[in-house]
Design a protein around this ligand. Structure first.
Ligand code: NDP
Length: 338
């Protein structure tokens, strides 16, 4: 336990990201100072937001500096501690980045949080009981504001965020309709996650066809939409939205390589009096305790299902990340590091 394999951002992508944008290095682990904790990562979370951090452009967050360890959420175990609150063996969640170990200044607020794995598996703290789960909870509860009997639609429905949105909408007595890429993902969304319907958007190459499929799946129109993708999917949802529908803009993954994703009928915002609100989950820390309590209870009780795609070893992280941006993942994308 003296060396640490890390993945650095080596260069910025032009268009699509590639494996050449990353570099694997091996460094010596430093000795701990007072107040520091050494964490051995068990899992690294791969998330679409990381693509944005690779660019050097104006956004809600600072770009990832070149030649530094890629940012990322991690769960793991305290390997050594010089902080009174943490002891070897504690299970913790933090932002350890794309590396096997991290040295954390544990006294700084929000750097490291102990988690209880009695009823919730450690990896779930990077998925439904972590940032993606709270993202789904926030957008649904605070922006879509679902009421029993309403119809809620979510794109990227089989993924880490989307899977939570639809299941929470069901808990609140709504009709939940997903959009996902491929028959397997759609079958999972309905049969395992309990959505009422799921549309395989890849079977609908044009707006007319996708809009007709949404009309079938949402006979009473759409009251809440949780947007993860953008582009034609958003256009089709807007055509089926009811008056006063609420649209939570969470992600626009179809445009993450910089391509424009125009909105075809913005006049529908006016004529249907739509509410559209974008959000960044880390700017709403005040809801995390309430959201994590509900999500943790549902997961521990087996009432919130989730699925994981797990790549093995830190060297596999770049390919797994590039796959996530293309829909090769099925559920929460993780990298196992132990
Ligand atoms: P997912 O687990 O859902 O994985 C991403 C999925 O996006 C892929 O599996 C794929 O699913 C779908 N996808 C990729 N490219 C396209 C495309 N061109 N068109 C349609 N679908 C595509 O990721 P997450 O659940 O982690 O994230 C979902 C969204 O939430 C992302 O947009 C992300 O950026 C956003 N997000 C926003 C946060 C915020 O604070 N606002 C916080 C966390 C996440 P399929 O095969 O079904 O197409």
């Amino acid at each position: 336990m003296t060396t640490n394999q890390q993945i650095l951002l080596a260069s910025r992508p032009q268009g699509e990201a590639s494996a050449a944008n990353f570099r694997l290095v091996e460094t010596a682990l430093p000795a701990l100072n007072d107040g520091q904790v050494l964490v051995r990562h068990h899992y690294l979370s791969l998330d679409p937001y990381m693509r944005g951090r690779m660019n050097d452009s104006k956004s809600y967050a600072q770009p990832q500096p070149l030649d530094t360890v890629m940012i990322g959420g991690t769960v793991g175990e305290v390997a050594d501690s010089r902080h009174p609150t943490f002891k070897a063996g504690d299970k913790v969640v933090g932002m350890g980045g794309w590396q096997q170990y991290s040295v954390v200044d544990a006294g700084q607020p929000g750097m490291l949080r102990k988690v209880d794995t009695t009823h919730i598996p450690l990896s779930a703290y990077l998925g439904p009981v972590g940032m993606p789960g709270v993202t789904g909870w926030y957008g649904l509860m605070k922006i879509c504001e679902p009421k029993a009997g309403e119809t809620v639609v979510v794109s990227a429905a089989s993924g880490a965020v989307g899977s939570v949105v639809g299941q929470l909408a069901k808990v609140r007595g709504c009709r939940a309709v997903g959009l996902a890429g491929g028959a397997d993902k759609c079958k999972y969304v309905v049969d395992e996650l309990g959505f009422d319907a799921c549309i395989d958007y890849k079977q609908h190459p044009d707006l007319k066809s996708l809009s007709a499929a949404l009309k079938d799946a949402c006979p009473k129109g759409i009251d809440g939409y949780f947007e993860n993708v953008g582009g034609m999917i958003l256009d089709a949802v807007m055509l089926r939205a009811n008056a006063f529908a609420r649209l939570a803009f969470c992600g626009m993954i179809s445009g993450y390589n910089g391509e424009p994703i125009p909105m075809t009928y913005p006049q529908l915002i006016l004529t249907n009096r739509l509410k559209i609100q974008g959000f960044i989950v880390s700017e709403h820390m005040e809801v995390w305790p309430e959201a994590l309590k509900e999500l943790g209870t549902l997961v521990a009780g087996g009432r919130l299902k989730y699925r994981e795609s797990i790549a093995q070893g830190i060297a596999a992280a770049p390919e797994a990340f590039l796959g996530l941006l293309k829909g090769k993942n099925f559920g929460k994308q993780l990298v196992k590091l132990t």
